[in-house]
Design a binder for this molecule. Structure first.
Ligand SMILES: Nc1ncnc2c1ncn2[C@@H]1O[C@H](COP(=O)(O)OP(=O)(O)OP(=O)(O)O)[C@@H](O)[C@H]1O
Length: 282
């Protein structure tokens, strides 16, 4: 039997502390070549922080972060600090990437289907077009690992599906690992190998086994999009209060999570969801 490839990045019981508070704690995570790992969790649950730990942008105060030697990363951050009031064409924007051969930019433009946008102003792009341009910029480096922080932000449902399909294709063609961050708790791409749900720590993880197949789902997305979306449902059994303490399902409040809190066993793991709207189970 083939041995699984060594991880591109891994976190082992990693945590980071700022201003006397753990932003994330006890996080185990690994991404191997050709694997898509999706981090989900509510706002402020530590998804970006975890990605930055994995990338080495932040150093863990506890635990270990490892990266493969010579790892090439393509990172699409959640926010870019660029003055979008200035005119900047897609072509010029892509040329700003340091140390990337022209051929690699051309290949990235072709793979992401943005050839027709070369002369367009970046500030005029739609949300979906902008995300494709950002993907082109990230893959032009021929990365071993793509890290995508909220790649479907500002994108409508049908473009979201198209983007997820594109990310799946890029993984297949480039054989890179993908670490994808999404704050949508209900909808993750079908090609995701593993979903990790964060809430200050790893609450639960697993494969998104179920593709939505309900009538409501088909109605919403149409037949051709049926297989493109899978969903992952979970319930938190505890809530992190604003002051850092933790309220448990039985109403008790403690300073920290219980040792078993990180693992949600049983039927709420990897269960398919049949409510295509995603409403009703916050
Ligand atoms: N450098 C820092 N110093 C102090 N607190 C920080 C720092 N960076 C992030 N935080 C806090 O850590 C928590 C986790 O932030 P993070 O950005 O990782 O969350 P997130 O899950 O990615 O959120 P969102 O979905 O809103 O993007 C937040 O409460 C945030 O305010």
């Amino acid at each position: 039997m083939l041995k699984p490839a060594e991880p591109l990045v891994s976190l082992d019981n990693a945590g980071i502390r700022r201003d006397g508070r753990w932003l994330v704690r006890g996080v185990d995570l690994s991404v191997r070549p050709g694997e898509i790992v999706t981090l989900i969790g509510p706002n402020g649950s530590g998804k970006s922080t975890t990605a930055k730990l994995a990338l080495g942008i932040l150093k863990p105060d506890h635990g270990i972060a490892r990266r493969r030697d010579g790892l090439r990363v393509g990172y699409v951050p959640q926010k870019l600090s660029v003055d979008w009031t200035l005119p900047l064409s897609v072509e010029r924007f892509l040329r700003l990437i340091a140390r990337v051969a022209r051929d690699d930019i051309e290949a990235a433009v072709a793979r992401t289907g943005i050839g027709h946008l070369r002369r367009a102003e970046v500030r005029n792009l739609s949300g979906g077009e902008f995300q494709r341009v950002m993907l082109a910029r990230a893959i032009a480096r021929r990365p071993d690992l793509l890290v995508l922080d909220e790649p479907v932000q500002g994108v409508d449902f049908s473009s979201e599906i198209a983007l997820y399909e594109l990310i799946g294709r890029l993984r297949d063609e480039l054989r890179c690992g993908v670490l994808l961050i999404s704050h949508d708790l209900h909808v993750v791409m079908a090609a995701t190998d593993r979903v990790i749900c964060l809430n200050g720590h790893v609450c639960c993880e697993g494969t998104p086994t179920a593709v939505a197949s309900s009538d409501a789902y088909k109605q919403l997305f149409g037949a051709r999009d049926g297989p493109a979306l899978a969903v992952y449902e979970h319930q938190h059994d505890h809530t992190h209060l604003p002051d850092g303490r933790v309220r448990h399902a039985d109403g008790t409040i403690t300073d920290h999570c219980h040792p078993g809190d990180g693992q949600h066993q049983g039927e709420d793991r990897d269960r398919g969801r049949h409510d295509a709207t995603g409403a009703g189970d916050a």
